[in-house]
Design a protein around this ligand. Structure first.
Ligand code: 4AD
Ligand code: MG
Length: 463
């Protein structure tokens, strides 16, 4: 019987000597001298590659001497203590089988490639050090999202992806339709006859699972969603994608302070878990992507987040003497430049800004007694800006009906949502954390396109 495959992550931790070890992976580099061939083999199970040494005696040495970078191979051999510097162990091959050859046009030759070029080969970039590390870290973070909420008794809810409601009321939704785009059916008045469409009404990809999440929280108390969301906003920035993943907890019996407490504990848990579980990958980011990353993450885990009101934030920004591109005044949206100045320079750690003017926030946020602000919070973090957006929800039926109407939305579309306020309404709050922004924060990667496997942004939907 054949010995089973050993993952390289495990092989690298074994004590040599170890006979008859079988590994499979892709050639990162091949270096031939007269008598031996050195291969670096990586299978993605960990950051490191395993050095394989092939002796000239090997039956297929000639063929192997021409082995190209990127080829898939299977190696059987003896794991020995490496006599050379650079690695603790190496695999002395008894046989090397070429499983899948990469031809010489393979675009990932040994030199360093720019992220922009690698984006154009997103189907292959996962075979590089950087992207292997990014996507292993992303995977650990996803599991830690569940660990955090499950340990606290939150119920994981799969909210729908196709929806008829615009949660944010911003009209930035992708239409879902099976009508013939060239010749849609028309009503007598010439408008598109949406009642002939698949769902017999206009439907879209969801921008947020929150409204459905609220309905579940008003029955299960503590819930969270974790799924893909879509925004048809034409933002060409390093922090916006048209398709991204969001985590949205929703809690009954909670106010805005409780909401901030949960967000702070959540972010700290995610950072701490990554520091514990992704040491090797983080060490790489720290050395090659973002010097000082590990220190910064440790600092955040051990600091308490600042909380300031929007009004205070505006005053501080105005008093800063900085020449911002966008003017600062009560009622203005905080732009990335303001957010970063606040969290990076004024405070120097993650900062909750709370109680925004009602005009610049969504209809579902609870109106404060001052008549001009809502119980909203954004969590701003250095280098990223807004990582989380959340609020206490408007639980009073009459107020909610008014804010929906004031937002220019149709009450008829929100009847099911209003039912949750008609029947046993209760105070509740929640937030949304953009998963890609979290991965950027934790890895130091500066472009959202480089932390999602196949990015979708305006004019880009390859792969
Ligand atoms: O602030 P947002 O729009 O809030 C909501 O969608 C609420 N319904 C959440 C809730 O209270 N349940 O989005 C939440 C977070 C932002 O803070 C940001 O991190 C991320 O989602 N986000 C994006 N990430 C990538 N690309 C985009 N286009 C994003 N838009 C928002
Ligand atoms: Mg927001």
């Amino acid at each position: 019987m054949q010995t089973p495959r050993t993952k390289i992550s495990e092989a690298l931790t074994l004590d040599p000597p170890r006979a008859d070890l079988r590994i499979k992976g892709w050639v990162r580099s091949a270096r031939a001298s007269k008598h031996v061939l050195f291969l670096q083999i990586n299978d993605g199970s960990c950051f490191g590659s395993l050095q394989v040494v092939v002796d000239k005696q090997a039956a297929n040495f000639e063929e192997l001497a021409h082995l190209t970078t990127g080829s898939a191979v299977e190696v059987v051999g003896e794991l020995i203590a490496s006599p050379a510097k650079g690695q603790r162990v190496e695999l002395k091959a008894t046989s090397v089988t070429i499983i899948g050859k990469a031809d010489e046009r393979y675009p990932l030759q040994k030199k360093r490639h720019g992220f922009e070029f690698l984006r154009s080969i997103a189907h292959l970039r996962v075979r590089t050090n950087t992207f292997g590390a990014v996507f292993r870290t992303r995977s650990v973070l996803a599991q830690e999202v569940h660990n955090f909420f499950q340990a606290r008794g939150f119920v994981y809810v799969h909210t729908p992806i196709i929806t008829a409601s615009d949660c944010e009321g911003a009209g930035e939704m992708f239409r879902v339709s099976t009508l013939d785009a060239g010749q849609p059916p028309r009503t007598d008045k010439g408008a598109v006859a949406w009642d002939e469409d698949f769902f017999a009404r206009p439907t879209f990809l969801t921008v947020s699972g929150q409204l459905n999440g609220e309905s579940f929280a008003l029955g299960l108390s503590d819930i969270y969603t974790f799924g893909p969301t879509f925004r048809a906003e034409n933002s060409n920035t390093t922090r916006h994608a048209a398709e991204f993943w969001m985590i949205e907890p929703e809690m009954a019996w909670c106010d805005l302070d409780d909401d901030c407490d949960l967000a702070e504990a959540f972010v700290k848990h995610l950072l701490k878990a990554t520091l514990e579980r992704c040491g090797e990958d983080l060490a790489f980011f720290n050395a090659h992507v973002d010097k000082g990353l590990i220190k910064r993450l440790e600092h955040v885990v051990n600091s308490s987040f600042e909380r300031i009101s929007y009004a205070d934030a505006i005053n501080k920004l105005a008093a800063s003497g900085r020449a911002f591109e966008y003017p600062v005044h009560f009622g203005a949206n905080l732009q990335a430049e303001h957010e970063r100045y606040l969290t990076e320079e004024l405070v120097g750690r993650p900062t909750f800004v709370v109680d925004y003017p009602k005009e610049i926030k969504a209809f579902y946020m609870r109106r404060n007694d001052d008549g001009r602000t809502v119980a909203a919070m954004d969590l701003l973090v250095p280098k990223i800006g807004e990582l989380i957006g959340g609020s206490q929800r408007e639980e009073r039926l009459d107020v909610l009906e008014r804010t929906i109407t004031e937002a220019g939305l149709e009450l008829a579309h929100y009847q099911w949502y209003l039912d949750t306020r008609r029947y046993g309404t209760a105070p509740h709050a929640g937030f949304g954390l953009g998963f890609e922004r979290l991965v950027m924060y934790v890895t130091g990667m500066e472009n959202i396109r480089d932390v999602i496997p196949f990015p979708r942004t305006p004019r880009h939907c390859e792969f």
